[in-house]
Design a protein around this ligand. Sequence first.
Ligand SMILES: Nc1ncnc2c1ncn2[C@@H]1O[C@H](COP(=O)(O)OP(=O)(O)O)[C@@H](O)[C@H]1O
Ligand SMILES: [Mg+2]
Length: 244
Amino acid sequence: MTLLKVNNLSKKYAEKYAIKDISFEIEQGEFFTLIGPSGAGKTTLLRLIDLLEPPTSGQIEYNGWSLQTLPKKKIVHARREMGFVFQNPVVFSSTVKANVAYGLNFRKLSTDEIDERVQSALDMVGLRGFEERKALTLSGGEIQRVALARTLATEPNLLLLDEATADLDPTNVALIEKVLKKFNKEKEVTIVMATHNFFQAKRLGDSVGFLMEGEMIEIGTTDQIFNNPSDKRTEAFISGEMIY
Ligand SMILES: Nc1ncnc2c1ncn2[C@@H]1O[C@H](COP(=O)(O)OP(=O)(O)O)[C@@H](O)[C@H]1O
Ligand SMILES: [Mg+2]
């Protein structure tokens, strides 16, 4: 089943296109990585999908709903099925537990259910026992795992990640990659992950989109993009020839 359908999507800031006439589809349960050099438009594309800003033209369909023409109530519904993890997440000065529960407070859940979801999310990211720690006393990697737990606790159907491991040490990168893989395989959560690190895309993605200067240069299976790219620019990027 197609979960996400992007049709001729463009986003213009001042006179410049950050996203230029992009079309592609993502299946339910797919792990899609979005690669490309800095400034390619990865963050912009994720923000458009998450409805954080409107496109200049074109449409996005989520689950068969056209997000640009959907009534407000349905928009809230669609957005609740999406989770977004940023490169530099914000944590509040409260406890780890309060930080992870944060996204659940708007969802009319019982205290028991909130506790259960917080526990299970902290388990997933390897932070059991950290409940009462002040979030601001954690390391960068732990903070990113709290942010991931906060998003996982909302049980998203579509998980959007923007360079979520870019500033982390290898141990935390490995841990987060493992959680993402597990979440994707066991819960069939669809993942769209932007990364400028093509090794990471190679490790994680079922399929890959290569974005450059706002254009989707090439989309394919991970195997095809890395072993048999059809565009010279993709080849330059994944061979490390392209400096960015
Ligand atoms: N709010 C904004 N206002 C003006 N230009 C922006 C804005 N956001 C992004 N851009 C521009 O859009 C282009 C794509 O940026 P971005 O999506 O952040 O790329 P990436 O995430 O791949 O590094 C860049 O040229 C960037 O400067
Ligand atoms: Mg970015």
